[in-house]
Design a protein around this ligand. Structure first.
Ligand SMILES: Cc1cc2nc3c(=O)[nH]c(=O)nc-3n(C[C@H](O)[C@H](O)[C@H](O)COP(=O)(O)OP(=O)(O)OC[C@H]3O[C@@H](n4cnc5c(N)ncnc54)[C@H](O)[C@@H]3O)c2cc1C
Length: 317
């Protein structure tokens, strides 16, 4: 009889694990608190326009490059990817990367090649969700002895439980005994700062659309959406002042006129990775419980994809 896996969270990490394990012949169910797949990766609708949130560009998708090697067997290379200016990815990383360790491992693939996707993160989420058994509006509230309980009292049981949540959040849901030293290690991990995004709706024709992204001195990044949307996104680490961010962007883009803006804060890349940080493995002290997602190895779409592969390899099914 085929083994079964329950995946908590249908973010990029959970969806990738789902696709890989289904291909390995496991019976897989995903439990997702949201009403759509993708977590940080799916977009949102504002002013009638679908805007991206946790997806701008990816590195390393040309033949033989790291992300391509993961995406091709999953059929994701047939999506409408198109090449972007490598400076776009590098600019983003200068803003978002917090350690030499991350720079070395994430910057390389962006240098090799940088890509955008038609339809943005939503296109990737829909492709990743295809064919998977995802139960939406299921907030997991406890995990005990291979049984997962949700806030509507529904319960699910499987041979393996994989969590795409922050490792500490996951272990706080676990009711089984976990050795204190492991919990202590998780509590010691430092989280990286959140990313503050300001989506700006521009006055029609006020700025000629430019491709790519502009990086302003360590603290502000201007990202241009697709032509015709009149949406410009400004990003910084930690709580930002939207008016000041718009004023600084206007110095760089004379004639910039913002009609309305929309702010949001998102978990930016999870647990800090630097040479002082502990390595968090996919396996946990409980033989049936595994971790995945951006908090494990490297961050971002490439990092989360590598972690998903590692998680699935750790499950000896
Ligand atoms: C502003 C921003 C811009 C970014 N831009 C880029 C980029 O251009 N390129 C790049 O490579 N990376 C980018 N990233 C990073 C990338 O989006 C993330 O690293 C990746 O999407 C993380 O996926 P994940 O599965 O680890 O986490 P998440 O997306 O957080 O997935 C966790 C899932 O678990 C669900 N969940 C949470 N609690 C529960 C519960 N109790 N029960 C059930 N479900 C639950 C959540 O709803 C979510 O779906 C960006 C991130 C941010 C914030």
């Amino acid at each position: 009889m085929s083994k079964s896996a329950l995946i908590i969270g249908a973010g990029l990490g959970g969806l990738l694990c789902g696709q890989i394990l289904v291909r390995k012949g496991l019976s897989v169910t995903l439990l997702e608190v949201d009403t759509e797949p993708g977590g940080i990766l799916h977009g949102f609708t504002w002013e009638g326009v679908r805007c991206d949130r946790g997806f701008h560009s990816v590195g390393g998708l040309a033949p033989g490059e790291p992300l391509e090697k993961i995406f091709r067997p999953l059929g994701l290379m047939s999506l409408p990817w198109y090449k972007a200016d490598p400076d776009e990815g590098l600019a983003f990383l200068r803003l978002n990367t917090r350690s030499d360790f991350e720079l070395a491992h994430i910057l390389g693939p962006f240098r090799q090649s940088t890509w955008r996707l038609e339809g943005g993160g939503d296109t990737l989420c829909q492709a990743l969700a295809k064919g998977l058994d995802i139960r939406y509006r299921k907030k997991v509230t406890s995990i005990e002895n291979q049984v997962v309980t949700c806030d509507d009292s529904s319960t699910f049981q499987a041979d393996y439980v994989i969590s795409d949540l922050h490792p500490l959040t996951t272990l706080e849901l676990v009711k089984d005994h976990v050795r204190p030293a492991y919990m202590h290690r998780l509590r010691r991990q430092e989280n990286g700062p959140d990313i503050f995004s300001v989506h700006c709706l521009l006055e029609p024709e006020c700025v000629p659309w430019q491709s790519g992204a502009i990086f302003l001195d360590d603290s502000l990044m201007i990202h241009f959406d697709e032509p015709g949307t009149h949406i410009l996104e400004l990003m910084c680490f930690g709580e930002g002042n939207p008016e000041q961010m718009i004023a600084r962007a206007a110095q760089r883009l004379p004639g910039l006129k913002v009609r309305k803006y929309h702010c949001q804060m998102n978990q930016g890349y999870g647990i800090m990775k630097n040479t002082n940080a502990d390595f968090i493995a996919a396996a946990t002290p409980l033989p049936w419980l595994f971790l995945t997602g951006q908090n494990l190895g490297l961050h971002g779409i490439l990092g989360t994809s590598i972690s998903a592969l590692n998680t699935c390899k750790s499950i000896n099914a």
